[in-house]
Design a protein around this ligand. Structure first.
Ligand code: NAD
Length: 505
């Protein structure tokens, strides 16, 4: 049921105590009227109530997206017009940058600098796809004699987009921008822990001129509405980012209707430091690689492999700098470590660490929850370094999703590659070395969707991002993402002078 019969106008005030979903261009409550509360992980305080959608709400959102796609004007717009709207979304986000960053910090507990980077990237994603869609087109192919063949790209339809809590606004942008650039309609389901900036982004899409029904957002539990949405008969494609186990569930169910599926899943990414590396750069990059976003990153380089010749030198600096990292007010510029998303995740991290100790590993620093002055009711964990680990231990194989790195030694290039690849995952990998021949050989052999060389950053708008092996498939953030939101239609025609009579009838 719509909250208001009036046609909704945007913008709506940014900071509120109650948020609503957006379905068919209208701000709506859940049909049941139920809400759930979202919290600030740094303080434990309740910050807002959000509708707790049920399956009926999902039906309405899919119906709105279906109508917009089947009968609406968005996919028929000249591509330049769609591009203009994407640029407008970006410019509205820019004008509200500070508010969006602040809300992202308050809802996720991440540091100001992390949120600034991620909201900036979300903006640039829309700008990137505004440009990319203009060049995304079919081809003319070589066919025999009097025939003519061209391909055209057509939007795939209604996309169900399900995202996690670690990069709430950036993930929403990674999903919405390419989908609507391609002409699709979207039903977005953010994580229940962090729904606010996804709602705000959906509002901004409407303010910028995206027609009603093209971008819808529903909020509620993944196990009920996420699963229902992913299996909905009105959905043509599912784009999911989250845990590998959830991705497997989605993929198996999608097989019933052969929905198109893109899965961006977990990781246990290696970070390889060779003996000729610039050690200072490698230490600083490795700190970022694991402790950025408080380790709650799919691409976290959580397995650090050091060549035995530089192990002591590297560790001396790495441990000292880790101990000096500042965990504090996420809204302060000084803070380098933010909060953990909730008590459940904090407990999970600590269980992993305790399990490692039982298995014989040594905690060099950290290894426990911490109290942060002024934030005693929040969820905080010390940046943690663990040694005396072998790569077959649970701590080296299971995704922790927290500020915990395991450190191991290797003796040569072959062993580094073997250890780096010895995981079910294949999302990202870092190499620190000067020898370009070695860098090329190792890059070629690493089973990872993203390889970073002397650089801790894994993605910019335009760089394909996605996994090998159980880190999923499909690429986001890049031109090839547009292929995943389009079907290719091959059009073959005869242009010869003689009438065709292939059966000789
Ligand atoms: P999650 O799988 O628990 O939840 C992700 C989303 O799926 C949430 O919106 C959730 O409500 C929903 N969901 C839960 N169960 C569902 C079901 N059965 N059917 C449909 N939807 C369901 O993951 P999370 O804990 O929110 O996020 C952390 C995970 O996300 C980590 O494994 C991390 O590596 C991964 N991640 C991957 C990438 C990437 O690009 N590869 C990026 C960010 C996060």
């Amino acid at each position: 049921m719509l909250k208001t019969e009036e046609k909704q106008t945007f913008p709506v005030e940014v900071k509120r105590e109650t948020y609503q979903m957006i379905v068919n261009g209208q701000l709506v409550d859940a049909q049941s009227g139920e809400v759930f509360t979202v919290y600030n992980p740094a303080t434990g305080e309740a910050i807002a109530d959000v509708p707790k959608a049920g399956t009926k709400d999902v039906d309405l959102a899919v119906e709105a997206a279906r109508n917009a796609f089947d009968f609406g004007k968005w996919k028929k717009y000249p591509v330049g017009k769609r591009a203009r709207v994407l640029n407008k979304i970006a410019s509205i986000m820019r004008s509200r940058f500070k508010e969006l960053v602040e809300i992202e910090v308050i809802n996720s507990g991440k540091t100001l600098s992390a949120a600034q980077g991620q909201v900036s990237q979300a903006i640039e994603d829309f700008e990137f796809y505004a440009g990319a869609i203009v060049g995304h087109r079919g081809e003319v192919n070589n066919v025999p004699g009097q025939f003519f063949n061209y391909t055209q790209k057509e939007p795939v339809g209604v996309a169900a987009q399900i995202i996690p809590w670690n990069y709430p606004m950036m993930m929403a942008a990674w999903k919405i921008a390419p989908a609507i650039a391609a002409g699709c309609s979207v039903v977005l389901k953010p994580a229940s822990l962090t729904p606010i900036t996804a709602i705000l982004l959906t509002e901004i899409c409407h303010e910028a001129g995206v027609p009603e029904g093209v971008v819808n957002v529903v909020t509620g539990p993944g196990a009920t509405i996420g699963s229902y949405l992913a299996n909905h008969e009105g959905v043509d494609k599912v784009a999911f980012t989250g845990e590998t186990s959830t991705g497997k569930d989605i993929m198996s169910k999608a097989s019933q209707t052969l929905k198109r599926v893109t899965l961006e899943l977990g990781g246990k990414s290696p970070n390889l430091v060779f003996p000729d590396a610039d050690i200072e750069a490698a230490v600083n990059g490795s700190l970022f690689g694991i402790f950025y976003n408080t380790g709650q990153s799919c691409e976290a380089r959580s397995r650090l492999f050091l060549h035995e010749d530089i192990y002591d030198e590297f560790m001396e600096s790495f441990v000292t700098k880790t101990k000096n990292l500042i965990a504090g007010d996420p809204l302060s510029k000084e803070s380098q470590i933010g909060a953990i998303i909730n008590q459940g995740q904090l407990d999970k991290i600590h269980q992993h660490v305790e399990g490692a100790v039982k298995d014989g590993a040594t905690v060099v620093t950290g290894g426990q929850p911490i109290d942060v002055e002024g934030f005693e009711n929040g969820y905080w964990y010390a940046p943690t370094i663990i040694t005396d680990v072998t790569n077959d231990m649970a701590i080296a194989q299971e995704e922790i999703f927290g500020p915990v790195v395991v450190v191991m030694k290797f003796k040569d290039e072959k062993e580094a590659i073997q250890l780096g690849n010895d995981t079910d995952y294949g999302l990202a990998a870092s190499i620190w070395a000067k020898d370009q021949g070695l860098v090329k050989r190792v890059t070629d052999k690493l089973q990872a969707g993203v390889v970073m060389i002397n650089c801790p950053f894994s993605a910019f708008p335009g760089t394909p991002f996605g996994g090998y092996k159980q880190s999923g498939f499909g690429r986001e953030l890049s031109i090839e993402t547009l292929d995943l939101y389009t079907e290719t239609k091959s059009v073959l025609s005869y242009a010869g002078a003689k009438t065709l009579n292939p059966l000789n009838v």
